[in-house]
Write a protein that binds this ligand. Structure first.
Ligand code: SF4
Ligand code: FES
Length: 343
């Protein structure tokens, strides 16, 4: 079957979705995806980030589809023509979806462990509006303890349900899920059970935002201060590949995660023992540095090119705030460099 996306054609097998076909072509035309996860059966269809315009249904029925379609759950047809990045309608829709997802999402990126590897941050960067039109109070939830390894920040959850699918598909007994409906819908263990299955840590890796974070790494470091390395060990847990990324600060392993691909999806799932219990360098065979896309903040120490001049245009009031903060944390002796003083 031939499908054309933003003018680029590709032959795909029957059953391929538009999003999968786009990923096969690659590049800018690939729609963003917050709930689809290629390794999880039944994922997708929840967040509407991946909307595309189908300008020609198929060779047999060339009529355009009247509504924008979620590319992660729409199958390709022979002769189908799709507009993704090239469509203003799609760009507008992605902006609206981003605005909608941010309605209740707290702006706590400065203290969130997911900052720097958050799909919602990336989506907002590309499609977000710098000014919020939301004047109502954001929805908040009481903190809930869901066990020894994972911290749940329900206020940050976008209800993509990937973590529920991990629990369904990787563990024997799922003890959490989406409770309640509408504005009250939330991720919870319901009767305050602990999530302690051997593969439960993978929920942290699949969560596209900072709603599920690693308690052993919490507040330890910003991810861009860590150096990620591919590593492996002989893991005896059935079903665990033992292949991970270890995040190092100096000679210390601060965090262990699954290895992720360019769409931030883990290549293979790992067990909790690899993730939480093996933080000594001697536990691992370190293979070498992990590569990230060149514009990832995680590459911040790996610039290959020196810029001639770096200009940071910071608003006066923000600088004033920084000055006050600096005094509060007793760094008054360190001079504050502003644009004014530089020039
Ligand atoms: S906790 Fe994370 S993975 Fe689970 S539904 Fe919420 S956003 Fe998705
Ligand atoms: S990625 Fe398609 S609806 Fe969420």
């Amino acid at each position: 079957m031939k499908v054309t996306i933003d003018g680029q054609s590709i032959d795909v097998e029957p059953g391929t979705t538009i999003l999968q076909a786009a990923r096969m072509i690659g590049g800018d035309l690939v729609p963003p995806a917050m709930c689809y996860y290629s390794k999880l059966k039944g994922s997708g269809g929840k967040c509407r980030c991946c909307l595309v315009e189908v300008s020609k249904g198929s060779e047999a029925d060339p009529r355009p589809m009247p509504k924008l379609m979620a590319s992660c759950v729409t199958g390709c047809m022979d002769g189908m023509e799709v507009n993704s990045k090239s469509s203003d309608r799609v760009t507008e829709a992605r902006k609206s979806v981003t605005e909608f997802l941010l309605i209740n999402h707290p702006l706590d990126c400065p203290i969130c462990d997911q900052a720097g590897e958050c799909d919602l941050q990336n989506l907002s960067f590309e499609h977000g509006n710098p000014k919020s039109r939301f004047i109502e109070e954001k929805r908040t939830f009481e903190p809930e303890d869901i066990g020894p390894n994972i911290q749940l920040h329900m206020n940050r959850c976008i209800l993509c349900q990937r973590c529920v699918q991990v629990a369904d598909q990787l563990t024997d007994n799922r003890v959490h899920g989406v409770l309640d409906r509408g504005d009250h819908a939330n991720i919870s263990t319901g009767i305050s059970k602990a999530i302690d299955n051997e593969f439960s840590g993978n929920m942290i890796d699949v969560c596209p935002v900072g709603a599920l974070t690693d308690k052993t790494f919490r507040f330890k470091s910003r991810v861009w201060f860590n150096k990620p390395f591919n590593a492996h060990r002989e893991c005896t847990t059935p079903g665990c590949c033992g292949k991970t990324t270890v995040w190092m600060f100096g000679g210390e392993i601060q965090r262990v995660t699954g290895r992720k691909d360019e769409y931030h999806e883990v290549e293979e799932f790992i067990c909790n023992s690899c993730r939480f219990d093996h933080k000594n360098v001697s536990d691992w065979v370190i293979e070498g540095p992990r590569e990230f896309e060149k514009d990832s903040v995680i590459n911040q120490n790996n610039y290959t090119q020196k810029l001639e001049k770096v200009e940071i245009d910071t608003e006066k009031n923000i600088l004033l705030g920084r000055d006050i903060d600096r005094k509060k944390i007793s760094m008054a002796a360190i001079p504050l460099i502003t644009n004014d003083k530089k020039s």
